[in-house]
Ligand binder design. Structure first.
Ligand code: DAH
Length: 342
């Protein structure tokens, strides 16, 4: 077959395939098949060496013309196919902005955490520093230095879990008082939030694990009125100006004198209801002037310094805040409940 015939055949073949092709990758295959290194036209060009000197320029011109023609046709087709493919992609990838989507579920902080954060903010605003300490505590700090020597009857109310004779799960955050006094120099103004443990059965108002926040102030000339003033400022900030505080004389071995502090019951505004056992008051914390004996045991000169301390039950505050009457609800982790308490 003459070169001219072959060229005609290649063109005709290309023409037909170009019209049938449906996408750019098939077009590329066709391009390589004709114009590529091993393509049909390239093969013709390579065969030119066999031609006579007269034939060569003529045939060369014919092949070049054919190549230009085919290249043009391929480029035209490419433009059309690319446009169609872009159109199709846009259609298939289009986002339907009217389609309702599933909203991401946002968690919420636990009510105890919320209350803890709020108290921390409140007390740091009053100049207190936050100190955290071990939940697994030495008997020495948890009891001895808090003036609860071995066999002291007040230990009965704080039965706990013993790792061994000397190591316990702390029954209150009060050991942090000792840790602070032994390591810091007065003036000391700290709060210590954290988890505490007691060997208690679970019921509506008890749990073997709960939370407290200890407060301690040591300075010269600290008096009971400073304690009262500080607690009033804190309670007002938390519950507003209408809330009333009541100090009830009490006993704690580490404070002298000691007082328990009640707040007006928020469920009945002090009229008396089931939550406050008809008293109109809810107990939220223990407090008092740091026992000079404790000061001395912890290396503080009790002739120069005095101080007050308090221990707030965070569950009590949370229950009061959210109107929860059963403490167990706070530990069940039921998202239906927790998502309501923000
Ligand atoms: N540690 C006491 C308890 O868990 C609470 C307490 C009472 C803390 C009086 C104090 C305080 O700092 O002064 O029952």
């Amino acid at each position: 077959m003459s070169v001219v015939d072959t060229l005609r055949e290649i063109r005709a073949q290309a023409e037909q395939e170009l019209s049938q092709l449906e996408n750019t990758s098939a077009l590329e295959t066709l391009r390589v098949h004709i114009l590529g290194k091993k393509g049909e036209l390239t093969a013709l060009l390579k065969g030119m060496g066999k031609l006579s000197a007269e034939e060569r320029p003529v045939v060369g011109a014919q092949i070049n013309e054919a190549r230009e023609w085919i290249t043009d046709r391929i480029n035209q087709r490419l433009a059309t196919l690319q446009a169609a493919e872009r159109e199709a992609a846009l259609k298939s990838e289009a986002i339907d902005v009217t389609e309702p989507r599933e909203l991401p579920r946002v968690g919420s902080a636990h009510p105890i955490t919320l209350v803890m954060d709020e108290l921390i903010e409140c007390f740091t605003g009053l100049g207190f520093e936050v100190l955290e300490g071990p939940e697994v505590e030495l008997d020495h700090y948890n009891f001895e230095l808090m003036n609860l020597p071995k066999n002291h009857p007040a230990r009965d109310a704080q039965d706990t879990f013993y790792m061994d004779d000397n190591i316990v799960l702390r029954t209150h955050t009060s050991p942090m008082q000792a840790r602070a006094m032994l390591t810091m120099k007065p003036p000391i103004r700290i709060i210590c939030p954290g988890r505490v443990y007691r060997a208690d059965e679970v019921d509506a108002t008890h749990s073997p694990v709960f939370h407290q926040m200890e407060g301690l102030v040591i300075d010269e000339n600290v008096s009971m009125s400073d304690l009262r003033g500080t607690l009033e400022a804190f309670v007002r900030k938390l519950y507003g100006d209408d809330i009333k505080l009541r100090f009830r004389p009490s006993f704690f071995p580490f404070t002298e004198p000691s007082a328990e502090v009640d707040l007006t019951c928020s469920a009945c505004s002090g009229k008396g209801c089931r939550i406050c056992k008809e008293t109109g008051w809810v107990e939220v914390l223990g407090s008092g002037m740091v026992n000079p004996k404790v000061l001395e045991m912890c290396g503080i000169d009790s002739t120069k310094y005095s101080g007050f301390a308090f221990g707030i039950g965070l569950e009590r505050i949370a229950m009061k805040r959210y109107g929860i009457t059963d403490m167990r609800l706070l530990y069940e982790g039921d998202a239906r409940l927790l998502s309501q308490l923000r």
